[in-house]
Design a protein around this ligand. Structure first.
Ligand code: NAG
Ligand code: NAG
Ligand code: NAG
Ligand code: NAG
Length: 351
C-alpha cells in the first residue's frame, strides 16, 4: 500500500506485481495517516478506491472497531468506505494475488477489492455477470478520473467499448461464448517451462492471451488510457525493468489485433493502413497524416447544409465501427447523405 504525491492526491493504491507483497494484518482501530512522499515508486498503480474523488492533506484511512474501512478527509468528511459496519469484520489483509480483503473471525471475506475493479485485472480475479463488474480506463496520466474505454462482461461476449457519445461503441471482442459465464484471468504453469496467461470461462473454454517462457504468476491485464489492452508480467529473474509487456492486444504482433482497430490510433478522422496513420480527409481531398491533424472547425450547423456543401468520398477506410456495429440497410448512398445532412452531430458515414 502506498500514498501518492501527484497533484490529484488519489489515495489507497495497491501494488500487485512487486516482489515482496505485504500481507498486512491490521488490528481494529489502527489508523493510517496520509503523508506526502517524495518519489513515485517504480511499480505502477493497480487499484484505487476513490477514483475521481481526490483527497487532501491529513486524510485518514481507518479500520474501525465496527468493522468499517473508511477513507475520510481531515475534517472527518467520508470520501469512501467499504460499507461493512457491524458485519463482524476483524481483519484487513492484502493477499499475494493483489486482492485487498476484509474478513471475519473465520477468515471469510465479506468485502474484497476484486469486486470493485478499476482499470486493472489480476490473475485469479473474475469478472462476474451477476455483479456487473467491468474495467474502466483512466482519463489521463494526471487526472484520476474515469476514461472513455471499458471492458464489459455481457451475456455472450466480453466486449471493449468506447464511450464517445450517447451510445457506447464496441471496438473489440475478446471472447464470445454460447451460454452466460464468468470470466477469470488465469496464470498457469503448463509444464515444460511453458507458462500462460488466459481468460477462462466458468463454463468451459476460454482464450489464451500469451505464453511466455517464464513464470507468469504475477501478471495483470490493464485497460490503458488509450483503450489498448496490455498484459504486464513481473519476471523475478530480471533485475532491471523486470516488468514485461507480455501482450499488447492492438499491435502488429501475431497474437494481437491490428493497431488500426484501436479507435484512438489516428485521432478523430485519421486513416490507418498497415498499422500506420497514413492520411486524413479534408475538403481538398486526403492530406498526409500528422500528430496534430484534427477535423475541421465547423461553423454553426444548419441542418441540410452538408448536402449542399457535398461529401468527400474516401475509399478503402478501415474502421472499428464496421466490424462490430451492425449498419442499417439496405439503403442507398443518397439516403445516408440526407440523413447525415439533417443531423448536426453527423460528421460523415461509412457505406
Ligand atoms: C496536517 O497536519 C499537520 C500536523 O498536525 C498540520 O500542521 C497541518 O496544518 C495539517 N494540514 C491540514 C491541511 O489540515
Ligand atoms: C458504500 O455505500 C455507498 C452508498 O450506498 C455507495 O455509494 C458506495 O459505492 C459503497 N461503497 C462500496 C465500496 O461499495
Ligand atoms: C458467476 O459468479 C457469481 C458470483 O460469484 C456466481 O453467483 C454465479 O453463479 C457465477 N455464474 C456462473 C455462470 O458461473
Ligand atoms: C512462480 O512464481 C510464484 C510467485 O513468485 C511462486 O510462488 C511459484 O513458486 C513460482 N513457480 C515456479 C514453478 O517457479
Amino acid at each position: 500500500m502506498a500514498t501518492s504525491s501527484s497533484q490529484q492526491k488519489p489515495f489507497l493504491y495497491l501494488f500487485s506485481i512487486s516482489a515482496a507483497i505485504t500481507l498486512a494484518q491490521v488490528p481494529s482501530s489502527q489508523m493510517f495517516t496520509y503523508v506526502h512522499e517524495g518519489e513515485e515508486p517504480f511499480f505502477c498503480w493497480v487499484w484505487d478506491a476513490n477514483r475521481g474523488r481526490p483527497v487532501g492533506e491529513n486524510t485518514t484511512l481507518t479500520f474501525g472497531t465496527n468493522g468499517n474501512l473508511v477513507l475520510a478527509e481531515a475534517d472527518g468528511r467520508v470520501v469512501w468506505s467499504t460499507n461493512t459496519t457491524n458485519k463482524a469484520m476483524v481483519g484487513l489483509r492484502l493477499l499475494s494475488s493483489g486482492n485487498l480483503v476484509l474478513h471475519d473471525s473465520r477468515g471469510w471475506f465479506m468485502w474484497q477489492s476484486f469486486d470493485h475493479p478499476t482499470d486493472t485485472h489480476f490473475a485469479d480475479q473474475s469478472l462476474c455477470l451477476s455483479s456487473l463488474t467491468k474495467l474502466m480506463s483512466h482519463k489521463s496520466e494526471t487526472e484520476n478520473l474515469e476514461g472513455m474505454y471499458s471492458m464489459v462482461l455481457e451475456h455472450r461476449v466480453l466486449t471493449l467499448y468506447m464511450d464517445a457519445s450517447t451510445k457506447p461503441l464496441p471496438y473489440g471482442q475478446l471472447l464470445t461464448f454460447t451460454s452466460p459465464a464468468n470470466v477469470t484471468l488465469t496464470a498457469e504453469d503448463e509444464g515444460n517451462n511453458a507458462w500462460s496467461v488466459s481468460l477462462m470461462l466458468s463454463t468451459s473454454g476460454g482464450r489464451s492471451l500469451v505464453q511466455p517462457k517464464y513464470n507468469t504468476t504475477n501478471s495483470i491485464l490493464r485497460l490503458q488510457i488509450d483503450g489498448n489492452l496490455v498484459v504486464y508480467t513481473y519476471n523475478e529473474q530480471v533485475d532491471s525493468e523486470p516488468t514485461d509487456r507480455t501482450l499488447v492486444y492492438f499491435s502488429d504482433n501475431i497474437r494481437g489485433v491490428s493497431r488500426c482497430e484501436l479507435p484512438s490510433k489516428c485521432g478523430s478522422l485519421g486513416m490507418c493502413k498497415d498499422e500506420m496513420c497514413v492520411a486524413y480527409p479534408t475538403p481538398k481531398g486526403l492530406l498526409g497524416w500528422s500528430e496534430d491533424c484534427s477535423p475541421l472547425k465547423l461553423g454553426l450547423c444548419k441542418a441540410g447544409a452538408a448536402n449542399a456543401a457535398g461529401y468527400n468520398k474516401v475509399v478503402g477506410v478501415e474502421n472499428f465501427l464496421s466490424r462490430f456495429v451492425k449498419g442499417e440497410g439496405p439503403v442507398k448512398v443518397d439516403e445516408c447523405k440526407s440523413k447525415c445532412g439533417s443531423d448536426c452531430n453527423c460528421l460523415g458515414f461509412l457505406y
